[in-house]
Structure formats: C-alpha cells, structure tokens
Design a protein around this ligand. Structure first.
Ligand code: NAD
Ligand code: TYD
Length: 356
C-alpha cells in the first residue's frame, strides 16, 4: 500500500480517487483536517476495503511511526501543507509549522521507518514530495519558463515555506540517502478545490450573484494545469522517476487572471445564463492587489516529457469546462465547504470589495 498525506484536500483527494480507480493498490490516507481538509472529498470510498483514513498531523511523529509500522507502506506521497498565499500573508505561523516543521518531522518519521526495512522493501521505497512552481519566484514577461535548475527565489510566506520544505527533502537525500522525489507543479484547477482559490471562488461568486474579485490589473500570469493531469504526472514520477531528482509539472497554459475569469463567465453564460440575460462578466470587480503579488509563473515541463514521456491530456478549454460543470453538479459538496470559518475568511479578505 501507499501512504498519502493531505489526502482530504483538493489535490490529495483527487490523487487518492484516481489512484484507486487506475492503480487499485490500497491507500492509507492521513490528514489533519484543517479548514481546507474535507472528508466529504473521500466520501465515495466509505466501505472500500482498499482505503483507510486516519486524522493525523504530519508533525505527530509518535502516531505516524505507529501507523507506518502497522501498515508498512511501500511509498509516501506528501501533499499535506498550508497552501493559500493570501492566508500566508495574513498569518504565516501555520505555514511555518506545517510546511517546514511538519515536513521535517514527517521526513524523520518516514526515514526511521525506512531504515528498518530490508531488501527490496528498502531499495524500492519512495518518498514523493509535492511542491509548487512558486518556489522559483516571479518571471518578467520575456523570461524563459522555470526549469528544474532555476534559482529558488520565493516571494510569499507560502512559497518561502514550501521552498524550505523542498530544501529539507533534498538534504535528507544528500545526507542520509533517503529515497526522495520532488515535484514542482503550476496552478491546479478542477473538482474538489476549496473555494478560496481563484477558479472555484469565481464560479461560486458568479452563481451567487456576487462580485468577481480581480486583484490589481488582473494581468498576472499563471500556468494552469487540470488536477487530473497533475495526478497522472505524480503517478508516473512515483513509478519511474530517478531518485533524488526534481520534476517540473506544467500545463503549457499561460493565462492572465482576467482571461481565466472571463473564460469562466463565458462558459456560465452558455450553460447557466443569468436570469436577467446579462453576461456574468458584468460582475467583475477590480479590487486591491495582493501585497508582493508575483507577476508571472510559467513552467518548462520538458524534462518530464523527455525522460518519462508525460504530457497533460486536458487543454485549458476542456479542463475548465469540466470544472465548471462539476461545480454546477455538486451543490451538496458546496454547502459542506461553505462553513462559518469560510464565510469569516471571505468577509475579512474582501472587506474593501463590497459584499463579496
Ligand atoms: P489544500 O489546501 O486543498 O489541501 C491541503 C491538505 O493538507 C488539507 O486537507 C489539510 O487539511 C491538510 N493538512 C494541512 N496541514 C496538515 C498537517 N499538519 N498534517 C496533515 N495534514 C495537513 O491544498 P492542495 O491545493 O490540495 O495542495 C496540495 C499540495 O500540492 C500542497 O503541498 C501544495 O503546496 C501543492 N501544490 C498545490 C498547487 C495548487 O495549485 N493547488 C500547485 C502546486 C503544488
Ligand atoms: P490563487 O488561486 O490564490 O493561486 P496562487 O496565488 O497560488 O497563484 O490565485 C491565482 C491568481 O489569481 C493569483 O494571481 C491571485 C489571483 N486572485 C484574484 O485575482 N482574485 C482572487 O479573489 C483570488 C483568490 C486570486
């Protein structure tokens, strides 16, 4: 079996669901269940004997060692993290605690378990650390996309804490020979994403008749990847990646934020038009920019294509349409995530943007 951390979050849950339907091997899912973790994301696995869930902080070494000894996973995939840039600006503590201290504790727990393995169980063991392209910093319009050898120049508390975790993972390989793989992926979108991130926030605000908040001039660029493609890349790297290597994962889909918001509006105009006949783009509202907002991310994923033969399946157009459709079809899930703490965050973050 494999152990997946952060399994009740957006990408972790998509990964576990995709793994069980494509690979079929058992999964031990762990998650602290912070505001971003939602067991509803794994609800369809209730009663599936291949899946076990434990509520656990990756920093809880004693309990983690007990679970590792009991379940004997052949690999760990680490998604657990605090992930929202705006929250990291508002309160960085949790980011330092989970992304740095938590990753350190997780590495030590899993290394202790790995030391005790023998034969093929030891040589074939893998620890795959899931990270972000944001560790590389921000690109000028004419700069080449990030490669695996680009300098680390993180700008936000979130990206700095992820960069620190990547360095720990690298050092555990270099110093202890711990069998790691690291992935640095671009912005994901798709089903099950918590609606504090741009794509689901815009879909839900549009449907709710609320303003669609665009930070600054909306011309910041991100490279967007459908979550299912991110998960397939991780599966490929877990099975075929070279020990100690890092792999960039990207969608070859550079878009400005305003293009993303407009694309969502157009799809909604077509499949769920406003009752007053006006376009959803009427709801776009430019709001105060994020402090230190990175201008552009772009990922060069050619190493992954060249060495492991991976390319994304979805284009932005097919992926965003599937995503909008999923949110339209999932009112119960939406109700389950829009709790009091979610409303408190939205109220605080967008207080200058009138009734968002
Ligand atoms: P998410 O916020 O939706 O999920 C994170 C999950 O981790 C949540 O379920 C949360 O409860 C859990 N968690 C937080 N602290 C924990 C702890 N101390 N112990 C155990 N579990 C804990 O995030 P996501 O978008 O699914 O991101 C998953 C990973 O992928 C992160 O490491 C993130 O940095 C990385 N990543 C995300 C993106 C993206 O666009 N979302 C892009 C590239 C990389
Ligand atoms: P986000 O989904 O938070 O991802 P990240 O900051 O990790 O890239 O934001 C994506 C982009 O959208 C980013 O440039 C910030 C911008 N954005 C807005 O313009 N308005 C919003 O309400 C949010 C949440 C993000």
């Amino acid at each position: 079996m494999i152990l997946v951390t952060g399994a009740a979050g957006f990408i972790g849950a998509n990964f576990v669901l995709g793994w069980l339907s494509s690979v079929g091997e058992s999964v031990l899912s762990i998650d602290k269940l912070t505001y971003a973790g939602n067991l509803e994301n794994l609800a369809c696995l209730r009663g599936d004997s291949r899946h076990t869930f434990a509520q656990l902080d990756i920093a809880d070494s004693d309990e983690l060692l007990r679970l590792l000894a009991h379940h004997q996973p052949r690999a760990v995939v680490n998604f657990a993290a605090e992930t929202h840039v705006d929250r990291s600006i508002d309160g960085p503590d949790a980011f330092i605690q989970t992304n740095i201290v938590g990753t350190f504790r997780l590495l030590e727990s899993v290394r202790n378990y790995w030391i005790g393995l023998e034969g093929r169980a030891k040589t074939e063991f893998r620890f795959l650390h899931v990270s972000t392209d944001e560790v590389y910093g921000s690109l000028a319009p004419d700069q080449a996309a990030f490669t695996e050898t680009s300098n680390y120049e993180p700008n936000s508390p979130y990206s700095a804490s992820k960069a620190a975790s990547d360095h720990l993972v690298r050092a555990w390989h270099h110093t202890y020979g711990f069998p790691v793989l690291t992935t640095n992926c671009s912005n994901n979108y798709g089903p099950l994403q918590f609606p504090e991130k741009l794509v689901p926030l815009v879909i839900l605000n549009a449907l709710g008749g609320k303003p669609l908040p665009v930070y600054g001039d909306g011309l910041q660029v991100r490279d967007w990847l459908y979550v299912g493609d991110h998960c397939s890349a991780i599966r490929r790297i877990l099975e075929e990646g070279k020990l100690g290597e890092t792999y960039n994962i990207g969608g070859w889909n550079e878009k400005t934020n305003i293009e993303i918001v407009t694309a969502i509006c157009h799809i909604l105009d077509e499949i769920r038009p406003r009752t007053d006949g006006l376009p959803y783009a009427e709801q776009i509202s430019y709001v105060t920019d994020r402090p230190g907002h990175d201008r552009r991310y772009a990922v060069d994923a050619r190493k992954l294509e060249r060495e492991l033969g991976w390319r994304p399946v979805e284009t932005f157009e097919t992926g965003i349409r599937k995503t909008v459709q999923w949110y339209l079809n999932s009112p119960e899930w939406i109700k389950s995530v829009q709790s009091g703490s979610y409303r408190d965050w939205v109220q605080k973050q967008y207080s200058d943007g009138s009734d968002i």
